[in-house]
Design a protein around this ligand. Structure first.
Ligand code: MG
Length: 259
């Protein structure tokens, strides 16, 4: 090899190392939308619109299958006296949120998301462990995402590994991330999932899971991170997504870490 070729090769290797060291910053996912702001509430349509207006990459929200097989958007199983998996959809939708909105149906929520073309929908399916109900919910979510043309900008997440596997079989093109800390990247990869969506405590206990996921061609989302010090650690570790109640703060921390 000529000296010139050696120099070119060395320069290419140095550039590759420099590129690897400057990994892309994590993408910002607003947890239950951007709700820590005026006029918003967790899992409200306003929180989705506000996550978009502050430039978050994605907005996370929680979905329950009501007893009459309507899908509704809410976090807690029981909210203002209404038990999501045991109620009728109309009863859930009668609940008033803190910002005056009614609790949205998934249909209403996805209709709003369809109007926000930059926004990635991070849809968490909440379940009570009834496999048949989970499978029905997966089929209905799949159909509804397609009705609104959202199948190319949605991630599906769940604490139920059955729901994750079922949804992946139905929609192999939609990334699925498992939320529990009890399954590492290798087993999620064997199930064909896109990655892990782990609590920051799980990642502190298993910091090698980020590099391992990347080696497998997978991604890691980390929840729910509102502490700037933990945000900085996860940026340095190369987390792909950070889910936070403070998308505004995370954006500032990312901007500062890039300097
Ligand atoms: Mg959630």
């Amino acid at each position: 090899m000529s000296n010139t070729a050696k120099i070119i090769l060395a320069a290419a290797a140095a550039a590759a190392i420099a590129l690897a060291a400057v990994a892309a910053p994590p993408k910002v996912v607003a947890h239950r939308g951007f709700w820590k702001t005026e006029g918003s509430a967790q899992n409200s349509i306003a929180s989705l619109v506000k996550a978009d207006s502050v430039g978050a990459f994605g907005s996370e929200f929680d979905v329950w299958l009501a007893a009459d097989s309507n899908l509704v958007v809410n976090h807690n199983r029981v909210f203002r006296g209404v038990d999501m998996p045991l109620c009728r959809g109309v009863e859930a939708r009668a609940v008033r949120l803190d910002n005056g909105e009614n609790l949205p149906s998934l249909d209403q929520y996805l209709a709003a998301a369809a109007q926000l073309p930059r926004m990635r929908a991070v849809l968490e399916l909440k379940t009570e462990g009834d496999t048949a109900r989970e499978n029905l919910a997966c089929r209905m979510v799949s159909q509804m995402l397609r009705r609104y043309g959202l199948e190319n900008r949605t991630d599906f997440i769940s604490f139920s590994i059955n729901a994750c596997r079922t949804f992946h079989r139905l929609e192999p093109g939609i990334p699925v991330f498992y939320l529990g800390g009890d399954i590492g990247p290798d087993d999620l990869h064997a199930d064909g999932l896109a990655g892990g969506d782990y609590s920051w405590r799980t990642i502190q206990k298993n910091p090698q899971w980020i590099d391992r996921a990347h080696a497998l061609g997978m991604e890691i989302n980390v929840w729910t991170v509102d502490d700037p010090e933990v945000m900085r650690q996860l940026i340095d570790m190369g987390a792909d997504y950070i889910t936070t109640n403070r998308p505004d703060l995370l954006q500032t921390v990312i901007a500062e870490s890039a300097r």
